[in-house]
Design a protein around this ligand. Sequence first.
Ligand code: GTP
Ligand code: MG
Length: 196
Amino acid sequence: LNFQQATFLTSAPDIRALPADEGIEVAFAGRSNAGKSSALNTLTRQKSLARTSKTPGRTQLINVFQMNDQQRLIDLPGYGFAKVPLAVKQKWQKALSEYLIKRQSLQGLIVLMDIRHPLKDLDQDLIHWAVESQLPVRILLTKADKLSPGPRKKALLQVSEAALAFMGDVQVQVFSSLSKQGLPELEQALRLWFNP
Ligand code: GTP
Ligand code: MG
């Protein structure tokens, strides 16, 4: 499985516009600006496969990237961004929850959180829902380069401990698209999901 082979397939406003629900998909979810698109670019070693932005709310569609016709990576719209009009927010929210509930090929969820602001309410809701749906979760504490090693380790320990309370398959790791810290662990975890 070669993530570098990933190519852009489509941007879907809702799940009806997605490719056939076959094979295996792993989705990247998290608050706006958490670093989802950046992590996908780091994973695939492509500078601008997924569009990133300093402005939260950049990714407004379900973006699909594929390694091959049976293995896909999904960049989901971010949640929790206050400045988006309510109607728009509700539309994304609907697309997001529909995707999570109905997509059979969804094999695991990568939940990205800024290491300085982990486990907000919406993150917790998402993880609770995934555990209930028996979907494995891997939390990436992103932008790890923004903390020095001490606080970074402390954050990892705190979130790892909190993750136990979800009573499900919830793993935690640190990650940085800037320094590439955590990239090998992410790849390893994804390989397991893509080759069950
Ligand atoms: P939405 O599409 O709005 O939901 O955001 P997103 O989660 O896709 O975030 P994106 O990857 O666009 O990154 C948001 C901002 O954070 C950009 O300015 C990135 O350059 C920055 N960023 C992402 N990852 C890292 C990281 O590992 N380290 C640092 N220092 N900045 C990062
Ligand atoms: Mg994005």
